[in-house]
Write a protein that binds this ligand. Structure first.
Ligand SMILES: C[S@@+](CC[C@H](N)C(=O)[O-])C[C@H]1O[C@@H](n2cnc3c(N)ncnc32)[C@H](O)[C@@H]1O
Length: 288
């Protein structure tokens, strides 16, 4: 991918607003947090066994809403452990939000943060094999990296003994996957040159011969308003879901109609007059 195109993968300005709007309407963070609270305590205990320090790396952490939850959980599970955190995030705006959130979240003052405000590709080039981590997470960000297999190989090589690489990604065969694979020609752009779901991550892990376990993170959200052209909420949701600034002004009228038809007929479930988008995610723990 050209350097110019790579820059567009991290969120700034209208992309940050669109993402925040999506988070408010999708319940995605709440679904991920429910899952993490159920699965991470046991993982953290295993990763932390026999250790006095634990190094965490977040890649594509965005505004850090999920990171602060995981770090608070880690501290509560392993209160005597000293924890350090590195963050690799391409967006200056979201890193500023993340820093503000850390300030606001009272119980994180003991954790030193190292901020790498750069793309994952640049971090890979700069720090090759320098620092090791016990827990690395990449949540909803692998769509944007240059070379998935090389990226997974690199972060796996950064794991300490007993460490874990956690990748959260859209689940193969569910709503996002159907939408983006059906309309890949129309939807893929410089930021997302090729769509990826959990099946692509699993294919990379198999190529690399790495051990992993996969879990589903169920979620649905109401997209009924997407079918009302006068609804601002509906149009903004469609904007995020199709990675466009203005859905109504993008694509041909036929493609817009085909997208709406697919969303309704194949990507959603109708219940009591509402249309719910099937937005299941997959969480893959890759073992060191
Ligand atoms: C969908 S958001 C997910 C943010 C966060 N993990 C969450 O789930 O709330 C994708 C994030 O990846 C970041 N990003 C995109 N391309 C990146 C890259 N090549 N390297 C590092 N971060 C990147 C974006 O700036 C954005 O913050």
């Amino acid at each position: 991918m050209a350097a110019e195109a790579k820059k567009q993968s991290s969120y700034e300005g209208s992309e940050v607003q669109s993402f925040q709007f999506y988070l408010q309407h999708s319940g995605e963070h709440a679904a991920v947090i429910r899952f993490l609270l159920e699965y991470l305590p046991e993982k953290f205990r295993r990763i932390a066994a026999d250790k006095s320090n634990l190094a965490v790396l977040g890649v594509g952490s965005g505004g850090g809403e999920l990171d602060v939850q995981m770090l608070s959980l880690l501290q509560s599970i392993c209160p005597t452990l000293s924890v350090t955190t590195d963050v690799v995030e391409g967006s200056t705006e979201l890193v500023a939000n993340f820093k503000a959130l850390v300030e606001k979240t009272g119980n994180l003052e003991k954790i030193p943060f190292t901020w790498h405000v750069m793309l994952s590709e640049d971090y890979r080039k700069q720090v090759k094999n320098v620092k090791k981590y016990d827990f690395i997470h990449m949540i909803q960000m692998i769509y944007y990296v240059d070379n998935l297999t090389e990226t997974v190989k690199f972060y796996h090589s950064c794991l300490n003994k007993n460490g874990s690489l956690m990748i959260i990604v859209e689940k193969a065969g569910d709503g996002w996957d159907l939408l983006w694979r059906t309309f890949s020609k129309e939807l893929c752009n410089e930021g997302v040159p090729a769509y990826r779901s959990s099946s692509d991550v699993l294919a990379s892990l198999k190529t690399l011969g790495l051990q992993y376990e996969e879990h589903s993170i169920p979620n649905i959200f109401d997209i009924t308003e997407c079918f009302d052209p006068n609804s601002e909420t509906g149009q903004r949701l469609l904007g995020f879901m199709t990675a466009t600034d203005d859905f109504a002004q993008s694509f041909t009228p036929q493609i817009r109609a085909d997208i709406l038809n697919l969303l309704r007929s194949k990507c959603s479930t109708e219940k009591e007059g509402k249309i719910y988008f099937n937005s299941c995610l997959s969480c893959i723990f890759v073992h060191a």
